[in-house]
Design a protein around this ligand. Structure first.
Ligand SMILES: [Zn+2]
Length: 923
C-alpha cells in the first residue's frame, strides 16, 4: 500500500486527481497502488492531423470504449456487479475515509478496474481483500440507508458477492492453463457455464471441427472464438454467441453505432470494407464474416489510422479458443516505420535462413507488414495494461495465405522507458559495471529491434503441415507461439544481416539484448510473481522456457552461469546455436502439432519457480519500492462543437486514474446489472422435456378455449397474442399439474399467450428468482393490468426479497427503463403494504413519497397514465395504512395545488385522495 493512493476528493462533481500529477508528460506517474503504477502516454502529432483523421479517431475511440463492459464480464461473472458495488461505495460513502480499512476498499476497487475483474491481470490469482467483511457490510449499509444508493444489493445476491470477495476457495484463479485438474473447473474466466468440464468442451469443439467439410477446413472458422459455452437444462451444450440479438447485445450495438459514425472518414475503399464486414460480424456472429473482415484488414496496409476492435487474444481462456474483447486505435509513426519496413522487405531472406526444417518453412512469406505506430486509444483487454507490439490475425491459414499485420507501439514504449530510466533495477540486479555500461549503450536500440523481429517476422514465419489443426497444442499453444517468435528474434539479433541492413551498429550490440533477455527470464521477471505461486502468463512462461533452456545447455559448455542472482555470460557467441536448436524444435512441435513434446517442454522449463531464488529476488526488489506492473490512462478526446458540428478534436492529458475509470463507467456502461442483466440474456435454450410439456399444455388450453370471454377481454383493452379466455380457477388447477421447474416457467413466460404467462408465474420456483430476472419479467407485464396484478399476487407474494426489488425499481435512478417498470413496482408495493410491510428508513419513505407526488402532478394529460393510476393506488393504500404518511399527504403543497388546478385530472386526484384518506383511514 503506497501513500500515493490517497486521492483528493474535491467536490460533489467527483473530480479525483492525483495530487501531484504533472500534465502532458509521457511516462508521468498518475497513480500508484498495490503492485501497480499508472502512467500517462501522449499521442505525438495528434494536434496536426487533418480534421477528418481526428474525427475518424474520435469515433473509433468511442467504439473502443463502448466494449469495456464485455471485457469485465469475460474475466468473471461477478466482475460487473462487484465494480458497481465498489464504485457505489467509493462515490457515495460519506463517513470517515481516512481509515486503513477504507483504503483497503479503495485499493480493491483500483485493482478491480485495472484487471477488469477480481483476479490479478498477470498472475491470475484472486485479490485478497485488505478489509473485513463486517467493515464492508457496514459501508454498504451506510450507503443504502443514508443515500438510498445500491439498494439492489441485498439478500441472496449480496451474500453471493460477499462470498466471492471473502472466500478464498471460491473462484481462486481466473485462468489455469496446466496441471492435473480439469482446467475449466479450476478457472473462473467466464467463457463456460460453471459446471461445464474440460472434456465436454473439448469434445464439443472437436465435433464442431469434424462436421466441417474438407473445403471449410482449408479456411477454417476460429471455432468458439466469439461465444460462451453453456448448458441447456437437458444437459446438452450450446453456444451463446456474442452478437447483436445474442450475448453482449447492448455493448455490440453501441460499438456498431460508433463504427457507423466512423465509416464516412475511412481512408479508402478497403478500410470501408473492413468496417462493413466487422459490422456484419457483430450483427450475425458469423465467423466466416470475421474471416472476411480480417482478410480485408490484413490487406489494408497503407492507411495512416488503423484499429483493432473485436474478440481477439485467447490467452485468458484456459483452452485457448475464446477471444477476449479488445480495441486499439493507432496512428502511423512515419519516421520509425522505416526501420520495420526494412525488415519486412527482407522477410523472404529471414525465412530462408531460419534454422528450421525446410518442410516447415513458408514458401513465400508475404504481406508481413510492420509499422511503428502511436496509440490514440486503448480499451478492453488492452487497457490499462497494454502490449507494446501487436501481430494479427491469429488464424494461421489467413497468415499463410493473406499475410499478417504487425505494429510496434512506440509511444507506449517511450512512456515505459521514461518511467524506468531511474528505477535503480540495474544497479541491484547487475553488479558488473561493464555489463551495465553495455546495456546503457545498446539496450534501447536492441529492445526496439527485438520487438520488431518478434512481431514482424517471428509470428509470421513457418507453417503448419497440411492437416495439422491450429489448436493441436491446446493449452500449451500460447506459450509455445510466443517462444517461437522470441526465439526467431533472438536468433537473428546476432546475425550479420542486421549490421548489413544498418539496424545494428556492430557485433557488440546484440550482447545487450541477450543479457537483458536471459536475466529477465531467469531472474527479474520473478518480481511479478507472488511467493508460492507459479508462472501462469504465456509471455512470462515463454521467457522462462527460453532462458532456462539456454542456461541448462549453455552451462554444460561453460558459456554462462547463474551465481546466486548474478547472471554471468562468458561466451555470448556460444548461445546462438542453442537458441537456433530450440527454435528448430519449437517450430517442429508447432508444424506437426506434437502436443506431447510441447507439453514436456513447457512443463519442464516454463512453469515452476525456485522458491529460494524467488525469495531473494523479491527481497531485493521490495527494497527498491518499484511497481512491477504498469498501466496507462488514455488521453481524453474532446470534440469542439460549432452548433452541432464537430470542428475539431482536442487531446487532453489531464484525467486522473479514478476519474477516468468512473467516467468510463458512467459514459460507457452498456452491460450494467440493471435492469436487463447478463443472466437474463443467458436464458438457456429450453430442454426437449420443456418443449414437450409446453406443447401439451397448449393443446390442453386449446381444448378448453372460451372464445367469448377472450373477445370480451379484448374489448376491455386487455391484449394478448393469444388468449384462450379461461378462468383463473381453471388456470390454477392446470398449473398445479405442471412440473415446477425454472426452465418450463421461463419458457412459457416468454410466450405471448395469456394462460401460459399466468401459469408461468404460478409455477416459478421462488428460489430461482433473482433481481435481474424479476426486473426483466416486470418489464414484460408492465403495460397489461391483468398480468401486473397477477404477477404481484402469483409470483412476487411468494418471494420476500421482492419488496426490496420493488423499492429499488421505484427509487433507483439507474434502472434505465424506470418509467416502464414503475406500474409493476407500485402494484407490488400496494400488496406488500396491505400485508403490513412498513417502508423504512425515513430517507426512502421521503423519496418514495416525492416520486409519487411528482408523477401525479403532471396534469398535462387528458386521462391518467398507467404510472399515475398505479401511483394513485399506492398513495391511497399507503396513506390508509400509515398515519405519518397520511398526514404528510393531506397537508402537502401538491394536494392543495391540485385542488385549485385547471386540470380536471388533477382535481379528480385531489378529490379521490382526500375522500379515501379522510373517510377510510385504517388506523
Ligand atoms: Zn507475441
Amino acid at each position: 500500500m503506497n501513500a500515493k493512493v490517497a486521492l483528493l476528493r474535491q467536490d460533489e462533481n467527483k473530480t479525483f486527481m492525483h495530487p501531484d500529477t504533472p500534465c502532458s508528460v509521457s511516462g508521468a506517474s498518475v497513480a500508484r497502488f498495490a503492485d501497480i503504477e499508472i502512467l500517462r502516454y501522449e499521442i505525438p502529432g495528434f494536434a496536426n492531423l487533418p480534421l477528418e483523421r481526428k474525427l475518424f479517431i474520435y469515433h473509433l475511440s468511442r467504439a473502443a470504449l463502448a466494449g469495456r463492459d464485455i471485457t469485465f464480464d469475460q474475466n468473471g461473472r461477478y466482475s460487473l456487479r462487484l465494480r458497481e458495488l465498489f464504485e457505489g461505495i467509493y462515490l457515495h460513502y460519506e463517513g470517515e475515509r481516512d481509515h486503513e480499512e477504507f483504503r483497503g476498499v479503495e485499493e480493491y476497487l483500483f485493482r478491480l478496474w485495472f484487471s477488469s475483474g477480481i483476479h490479478h491481470h498477470y498472475g491470475s490469482e484472486k485479490f485478497e481483500p485488505q478489509f473485513s467483511r463486517a467493515y464492508l457490510c457496514g459501508l454498504i449499509e451506510a450507503v443504502q440507508v443514508e443515500r438510498g444508493e445500491l439498494l439492489y444489493f441485498h439478500g441472496r445476491e449480496l451474500e453471493e458477492l460477499l462470498e466471492v470477495i471473502f472466500n478464498p476457495h471460491l473462484e481462486p484463479r481466473r485462468t489455469v492453463q496446466s496441471g492435473e485438474k480439469d482446467l475449466l473447473q479450476a478457472s473462473s474466466a467466464n467463457f463456460y457455464d460453471p459446471e461445464v468440464t474440460q472434456q465436454e468442451a473439448e469434445a464439443f469443439y472437436r465435433e464442431a471441427y469434424e462436421t466441417l467439410t474438407e473445403e471449410e477446413r482449408s479456411t477454417p472458422p476460429s471455432l468458439g472464438l466469439n461465444s460462451r459455452l453453456a448448458r441447456r437444462e437437458d444437459g446438452k451444450l450450446y453456444e451463446q454467441t456474442y452478437r447483436i440479438g445474442g450475448l453482449y447485445e447492448e455493448a455490440l450495438s453501441r460499438i456498431s453505432a460508433e463504427l457507423h459514425a466512423a465509416l464516412p472518414y475511412a481512408e479508402g475503399e478497403r478500410q470501408r470494407e473492413t468496417i462493413l464486414a466487422l459490422l456484419d460480424y457483430y450483427k450475425t456472429g458469423d465467423l466466416e464474416e470475421y474471416n472476411r473482415c480480417m482478410i480485408s484488414w490484413v490487406g489494408d496496409t497503407q492507411t495512416e489510422v488503423d484499429f483493432i476492435n473485436g474478440f481477439t487474444e485467447v490467452y485468458t481462456d484456459p483452452l485457448g479458443m475464446k477471444g477476449m474483447w479488445e480495441s486499439l486505435v493507432h496512428i502511423r509513426n512515419h519516421e520509425a516505420s522505416k526501420r520495420t519496413e526494412k525488415l519486412c522487405r527482407e522477410a523472404a531472406w529471414f525465412e530462408k535462413h531460419a534454422p528450421i526444417d525446410e518442410r516447415f518453412k513458408k514458401e513465400e512469406p508475404r504481406g508481413v507488414t510492420a509499422t511503428v505506430v502511436s496509440v490514440a486509444m486503448l480499451a478492453g483487454d488492452s487497457y490499462p495494461a497494454t502490449p507494446i507490439g501487436i501481430n494479427l490475425p491469429n488464424a494461421d491459414w489467413i497468415r499463410a495465405t493473406h499475410g499478417s499485420k504487425s505494429v510496434t507501439i512506440d509511444n507506449i514504449h517511450e512512456a515505459y522507458r521514461g518511467a524506468s530510466r531511474h528505477s535503480g533495477m540495474d544497479e541491484v540486479f547487475i553488479p558488473n559495471p561493464e555489463v551495465r555500461a553495455l546495456l546503457a549503450k545498446y539496450d534501447n536500440l536492441t529492445d526496439h529491434l527485438h520487438t520488431d523481429l518478434h512481431e514482424c517476422l517471428g509470428h509470421g514465419s513457418g507453417r503448419l503441415l497440411p492437416g495439422v489443426s491450429a489448436d493441436a497444442l491446446g493449452a500449451y499453444h500460447s506459450t509455445l507461439e510466443e517462444a517461437r517468435a522470441d526465439l526467431f528474434a533472438l536468433y537473428y539479433m546476432a546475425d550479420e544481416k542486421l549490421i548489413e541492413l544498418e539496424l545494428l551498429p556492430n557485433h557488440e550490440a546484440y550482447k545487450a539484448c541477450y543479457y537483458r533477455y536471459l536475466l529477465n527470464g531467469l531472474v527479474t521477471q520473478l518480481v511479478r510473481i507472488r511467493p508460492g505461486h507459479q508462472l501462469e502468463e504465456a509471455h512470462m512462461r515463454n521467457r522462462a522456457l527460453i532462458a532456462r533452456y539456454v542456461l541448462e545447455h549453455g552451462e554444460a559448455i561453460g558459456a554462462l552461469e547463474l551465481r546466486g542472482l548474478e547472471l554471468i555470460i562468458h561466451d555470448y557467441a556460444a548461445m546462438r546455436p542453442i537458441i537456433g536448436e530450440l527454435l528448430r524444435e519449437v517450430q517442429r512441435i508447432k508444424s506437426t502439432g506434437d502436443h506431447e513434446a510441447g507439453r514436456q517442454l513447457v512443463e519442464r522449463y516454463a512453469i515452476s519457480v525456485d522458491p529460494e531464488l524467488h525469495r531473494e529476488v523479491l527481497t531485493r526488489y521490495t527494497q527498491l519500492g518499484i511497481a512491477p506492473y504498469k498501466g496507462f490512462v488514455n488521453p481524453r478526446l474532446e470534440p469542439v462543437l460549432e452548433g452541432d458540428k464537430i470542428i475539431d478534436v482536442i487531446a487532453h492529458y489531464d484525467e486522473g486514474y479514478a476519474e477516468q475509470m468512473l467516467r468510463y463507467s458512467r459514459e460507457y456502461r452498456t452491460l450494467s446489472t440493471a435492469p436487463i442483466s447478463l443472466e437474463t440474456l443467458r436464458h438457456p435454450e429450453p430442454s426437449d422435456a420443456t418443449l414437450e410439456a409446453a406443447k401439451e399444455l397448449r393443446s390442453n388450453l386449446r381444448h378448453s378455449m372460451d372464445g367469448q370471454v377472450a373477445s370480451s377481454m379484448r374489448s376491455k383493452g386487455l391484449y394478448y397474442g393469444i388468449n384462450f379466455g379461461l378462468t383463473l380457477d381453471y388456470i390454477i388447477r392446470l398449473a398445479e399439474k405442471q412440473p415446477k421447474t425454472e426452465d418450463l416457467a421461463s419458457y412459457i413466460l416468454s410466450r405471448d399467450v395469456r394462460e401460459l404467462k399466468i401459469i408461468g408465474q404460478l409455477i416459478y420456483p421462488p428460489e430461482c428468482m433473482t433481481y435481474e430476472k424479476a426486473t426483466e419479467l416486470a418489464l414484460t407485464v408492465s403495460s397489461n393490468p391483468e398480468l401486473r396484478d397477477y404477477i404481484a399476487k402469483n409470483l412476487f407474494d411468494r418471494i420476500p426479497e421482492s419488496t426490496h426489488w420493488a423499492l429499488d425499481w421505484s427509487l433507483c435512478s439507474n434502472v434505465s427503463s424506470r418509467q416502464e417498470i414503475l406500474p409493476v413496482a407500485f402494484t407490488v408495493l400496494v400488496r406488500k403494504i396491505t400485508k403490513g410491510f412498513i417502508i423504512q428508513p425515513p430517507v426512502w419513505r421521503q423519496r418514495l413519497l416525492n416520486i409519487l407526488l411528482d408523477i401525479l402532478s403532471d396534469g398535462m394529460v387528458a386521462y391518467p397514465t398507467t404510472q399515475q393510476r398505479t401511483a394513485l393506488l399506492l398513495l391511497k393504500r399507503w396513506g390508509r395504512e400509515d398515519k405519518a404518511i397520511r398526514e404528510q399527504i393531506l397537508s402537502s403543497a401538491s394536494l392543495s395545488s391540485w385542488r385549485s388546478s385547471e386540470s380536471p385530472v388533477l382535481r379528480e386526484f385531489a378529490d379521490d385522495i382526500t375522500f379515501e384518506l379522510e373517510e377510510y383511514p385504517s388506523n
